[in-house]
Design a protein around this ligand. Structure first.
Ligand SMILES: *[C@@H]1O[C@H](CO)[C@@H](O)[C@H](O)[C@H]1NC(C)=O
Ligand SMILES: *[C@@H]1O[C@H](CO)[C@@H](O)[C@H](O)[C@H]1NC(C)=O
Ligand SMILES: *[C@@H]1O[C@H](CO)[C@@H](O)[C@H](O)[C@H]1NC(C)=O
Ligand SMILES: *[C@@H]1O[C@H](CO)[C@@H](O)[C@H](O)[C@H]1NC(C)=O
Ligand SMILES: *[C@@H]1O[C@H](CO)[C@@H](O)[C@H](O)[C@H]1NC(C)=O
Ligand SMILES: *[C@@H]1O[C@H](CO)[C@@H](O)[C@H](O)[C@H]1NC(C)=O
Ligand SMILES: *[C@@H]1O[C@H](CO)[C@@H](O)[C@H](O)[C@H]1NC(C)=O
Ligand SMILES: *[C@@H]1O[C@H](CO)[C@@H](O)[C@H](O)[C@H]1NC(C)=O
Ligand SMILES: *[C@@H]1O[C@H](CO)[C@@H](O)[C@H](O)[C@H]1NC(C)=O
Ligand SMILES: *[C@@H]1O[C@H](CO)[C@@H](O)[C@H](O)[C@H]1NC(C)=O
Ligand SMILES: *[C@@H]1O[C@H](CO)[C@@H](O)[C@H](O)[C@H]1NC(C)=O
Length: 867
């Protein structure tokens, strides 16, 4: 990967920020989407709501730091340099140890005595804000217990544009409101536990194919996600705005390019949208090896490079010594480095809630489960105890079971459920049983075998145990005095036929479909799924069992929708459940739902289309001759149900669908309008860029200290030589800011505030969150069982380019039989606005608007005009 800051001057100002050697190709392809420049990089605002105290503490700390110390904080020590998947340099003089950044969004990756939580997508299916928060808090506590300072989650990118996208399950839902609420609650949970959350991946990171050069694809640069401005605001950026508003401390930029500028040095994205418009006060870190330039990424808004080296184990860095040199030679203004350090330390103090920087030690090593080994794993240096096997699980298993059960969606039920002491329970399919090599047998879960409880890739954790459906259902059957047999195979058809064609059998068939991250290929799937059908002959298995048994119940563990078209309406298929990726308590949770110990109320966080084509957008599997694969988001805001609704395409189960063992009635829709003052665009200027502390201009002060031991391939902030060019080794060394950076990239002048931004309010103009209407209704449980109902509030904005309906709010209500509970939903100004690309602000258009309360996106029970 030969990339440099230098050459970009050849290709015009905005491409300076892309700065790759291959940029020449772009000259011939000017028709491609481009990204407009946005400079300078915004500096922190001392008055930003929720950050005031943290800013002051950060200022105290950063003002004491030397240039080398600041650089240390911004630069990872290199792949395998320390124990965590990413670590910064330390500031020993001021008592701050190296910060530990670690995966994943569903637990702690690669260690032991941790919990394996349900996936984000399964959690989204609970539609329960309290559970979103509790899961975040529990994961944050576990992370803290291991010594982790930044937990790399939650995920809103991928959002789920294409159902086959490999990592959709790590996030929540293709609906931006459901995802946004889940992001905000998860962020609050993680950070209340004292760990910095990381909203990732910004942005358009919707597929695994071509996300990086070097995954075995013959391309010159990563895929470019070409996203228009309206779609960016109304869809992909929306949940990130919620995360920023919730006070998220860090954001991770993505591998892919956006409009042909790499996400991690796309100034429009990082400076313009994230820091200016949304007023993000925390720090932006690169995805691992997603940084491709030095100074250009710094002025475009990147604050921390991870894992620090240019490519894994190269021993070289775009920052580290290069960042020191860039400040000393005057190319990068000192204020930008100060701002990076401020943002990192402010996030740190905000979340810790104290000025004290004395952190508990990191007590695990990601690279091994051995108790003793090298602390510098890559260098094989520093042999010592590196794993203390601290048990951080507490009683989280109960929460995990609750989320998994409450996130299970009952798609179909013809009276077969709940089970009540069935005479003979037959459980069929590999997905009901264990992986015979153990639940953690494949690194990062990159294989098939046994019941599916998480996908594969970096978004995983080791299971402390995995309760299989077979084990849990057998225990229940024995308790009930049922007969029980399981055939944990998808292919032993003759045996299966003999079992399920007996009299009075209740057959439960378990099937799955998996996906994951692109660096692992499983059964020919390079992260993204190749198809939307079940894996390992699942469809054949279901169809066969249904042909032999008139009471066939299907349970699906999957990473998203699968095509049910062939069999969902088979008369012998009496129930279908989607159990998502439930985590360690899988079997217990599905038993709770099948037996009615938990009355199901999960709602599908995505659409189950009748065909793959029905979804519109799809994974780009073939770059054709494009040296830089182009993924045009031409469907705009129309993904998932919005696309199906627009084209009036058949769905099997719609977004928001899910059944219960009881029934609910909706009555008495009321809409209360609030007296809210008219929207006032933000105006004014920022302060000029501040600097914190002085730095020596004597280059000798930046040399490796006398007698300093350098670990092999470890990234340090020090220079090699007082000849800065030698110390840098940048083949294009010597270019001044004027020569290769866009206009104003290094300006420290006061900058105009964007009208859509909040003067002192992270998340955008605070008036966007004014509640304009409150919507209420009476929800009555008309059945015989206690249960939860998820009431969904949709709007129709009425314009020719607007989706038919869009989710705007929801509540999961617990209601006893015969009881009535009031639903209350809110509509904010943002909820009723569209993004005006000319004005560069949100506006409420004149079209006739409607409000609906529904049981799903297509079962709108009550509706009214919005006046
Ligand atoms: C994306 O758009 C560009 C420019 O409009 C076009 O050249 C390219 O063929 C499109 N790519 C795909 C995959 O449609
Ligand atoms: C990408 O290009 C589109 C179309 O020109 C534009 O509307 C949008 O603002 C650009 N986005 C970024 C992040 O550059
Ligand atoms: C930078 O961090 C490394 C450890 O990652 C530490 O050895 C070194 O002393 C730090 N340098 C400074 C100037 O703080
Ligand atoms: C500085 O960055 C350049 C690329 O911009 C790289 O070639 C060089 O090796 C880096 N120097 C160090 C000391 O890491
Ligand atoms: C099936 O159940 C019915 C009703 O309980 C019973 O009459 C019949 O004997 C059962 N058959 C078998 C084989 O158990
Ligand atoms: C879809 O992919 C899965 C996993 O690779 C495979 O098991 C299945 O056979 C495929 N389905 C079809 C119809 O090819
Ligand atoms: C339903 O199951 C019964 C056995 O109980 C079988 O005879 C019948 O053919 C099945 N129906 C279908 C449509 O396969
Ligand atoms: C620079 O620092 C070195 C080492 O601290 C010292 O020997 C030298 O005199 C200094 N040079 C100047 C010009 O101050
Ligand atoms: C440091 O300097 C030595 C010789 O002066 C050189 O061989 C080496 O490559 C340099 N290291 C880096 C990271 O630039
Ligand atoms: C300053 O240092 C940076 C980082 O090594 C380098 O890319 C740039 O070309 C240098 N600029 C000058 C004017 O020396
Ligand atoms: C640079 O900044 C000045 C002053 O803020 C402004 O007038 C000018 O339009 C900016 N230039 C560009 C290219 O953004």
């Amino acid at each position: 990967m030969k990339l440099a800051v230098g050459l970009a001057c050849l290709v015009g100002s905005h491409l300076a920020a892309t700065g790759s050697l291959k940029s020449k190709a772009k000259l011939e392809k000017r028709a491609w989407a481009t990204s407009e420049p946005s400079y300078p990089s915004p500096w922190m605002n001392p008055n930003a709501a929720g950050w005031e105290q943290a800013y002051q503490w950060a200022k105290d700390f950063v003002s004491q730091m030397t240039l080398l110390e600041k650089v240390n904080l911004t630069t990872g020590v290199g792949w395998e340099g320390e124990q965590c998947v990413g670590q910064t340099g330390a500031i020993p003089r001021l008592g701050l140890r190296s910060l530990c950044l670690h995966d994943s969004p569903l637990g702690i990756r690669g260690t032991d005595y941790n919990s394996a939580f349900p996936s984000g997508q399964t959690t989204a299916a609970t539609w329960d804000r309290t559970l979103f928060y509790k899961r975040g808090y529990a994961m944050g506590k576990e992370a803290r217990g291991k010594g982790i300072n930044v937990l790399l989650g939650p995920v809103a990118g991928p959002l789920g544009r294409m159902p086959a996208g490999g990592r959709n399950w790590e996030g929540f839902s293709p609906d931006p409101v459901l995802t946004g609420i889940a992001m905000a609650e998860t962020v609050k949970g993680i950070q209340d536990a004292g760990v910095i959350a990381c909203a990732k991946h910004l942005i358009g990171d919707e597929q695994e194919h071509f996300r990086q050069v070097g995954d075995g694809f013959d391309i010159d640069e990563s895929l470019s996600s070409n996203i228009d401005d309206r779609t960016m605001h109304e869809l992909y950026l929306w949940p990130f705005a919620d995360a920023v508003r919730a006070g998220v401390g860090s954001v991770m930029c993505a591998y892919n390019q956006v409009n042909n500028s790499y996400s991690c040095h796309n100034s429009k994205l990082l400076n313009g949208l994230l820091k200016n418009e949304l007023g993000f006060q925390g720090f932006v870190m690169s995805d691992w090896q997603a940084q491709h330039t030095g100074v250009a990424s710094a002025v475009a808004g990147l604050d921390m490079t991870m894992p620090g080296d240019t490519v894994f184990n190269s021993g070289l860095s775009f920052w580290g010594a290069n960042l020191t040199v860039a400040v000393l030679n005057g190319t990068l203004p000192a204020y930008r480095l100060d701002d990076m350090a401020m943002r990192i330390m402010a996030a740190f103090f905000k979340v810790r809630g104290t000025q004290d920087v004395d952190l508990d030690p990191i007590n695990f090593s990601f690279w091994t489960l051995d108790t003793y080994g090298p602390i510098h794993w890559g260098a094989k240096e520093g042999h010592q105890q590196i794993n203390f096997h601290v048990d951080v699980r507490e009683d989280h298993s109960r929460l995990i079971r609750e989320i998994a059960a409450k996130g299970t969606v009952l798609l179909k039920n013809e009276g077969a459920l709940p089970l009540d002491k069935p005479k003979f329970l037959a459980v069929i399919g590999e997905d009901a049983g264990p992986n015979h090599n153990g639940p953690n047998s494949c690194d990062d879960r990159g294989c098939v075998g046994g019941t599916l409880a998480m996908g594969w890739g970096s978004g995983t954790a080791n299971f402390p145990y995995l309760v299989t459906p077979d084990a849990a259902l057998q225990a229940q059957a024995i308790k009930d005095g049922s007969r029980y047999e399981s055939v944990l195979s998808n292919h032993a058809m003759e045996t299966i036929r003999k079992v399920v064609s007996q009299d009075n059998v209740t057959a439960v068939v378990f099937v799955n479909a998996n996906s994951g991250e692109g660096y692992i290929t499983v059964d020919g799937n390079r992260g993204d799924r190749n198809n939307l059908t079940l894996w390992n002959g699942g469809d054949e298995l279901i169809k066969n069992v249904a042909s032999w048994c008139s009471n066939t119940i299907v349970v699906i563990h999957s990473v998203g929708p699968v095509l049910l078209t062939d069999w969902y309406d088979h008369p012998n298929i009496t129930a279908i459940l989607w159990a998502g990726l439930p985590g360690q308590e899988s079997g217990n949770a599905i038993t709770d739902v099948l037996y009615g110990k938990v009355n199901p109320a999960g709602r599908s966080p995505f659409t189950w289309g009748a065909t793959r084509e029905g979804y519109g957008a799809d994974v780009l599997y073939d770059p054709d001759d494009a040296r830089v694969p182009q993924q045009n988001f031409t469907e705009g805001v129309f993904i998932d149900y919005r696309y199906f609704d627009k084209h009036n395409t058949r769905v099997i189960y719609e977004f928001g669908h899910g059944l219960s063992y009881t029934t609910f009635e909706y009555r008495n829709l009321q809409i209360q309008k609030h007296n809210v003052s008219a929207y006032i665009p933000t105006t004014g200027l920022t302060e000029p860029a501040p600097t914190f502390g002085e730095h020596s201009t004597n280059y000798s002060d930046y040399l490796y200290p006398e007698g300093f031991h350098r670990a092999n391939r470890y990234i340090y902030p020090y220079v090699n030589s007082t000849d800065l060019e030698l110390a840098s080794g940048d083949p294009y060394y010597g270019q001044t800011a004027d020569q290769f950076l866009p206009p104003n990239a290094t300006s420290s002048d006061p900058q105009p505030l964007l009208r859509s931004s909040g003067k002192n309010s992270p998340g955008g103009n605070p008036q966007l969150y004014d509640v304009l209407y409150t919507v209420t209704a009476d929800i009555t449980n008309t059945g015989a069982l206690e249960g939860d109902e998820v009431v969904q509030l949709y709007v129709s904005l009425g314009g020719p380019d607007d989706p038919k309906v869009m989710l705007r709010d929801f509540a999961r209500l617990h209601i006893k039989p015969g009881e009535t509970v009031k639903f209350e939903g809110k509509l904010t100004r943002r909820d009723l606005s569209t993004w005006d690309v000319t004005l560069q602000d949100w506006v409420i258009r004149d079209h006739t608007k409607m409000v609906f309360l529904g049981k799903s996106s297509r079962k709108l029970v009550l509706g009214a005009l919005l006046n």
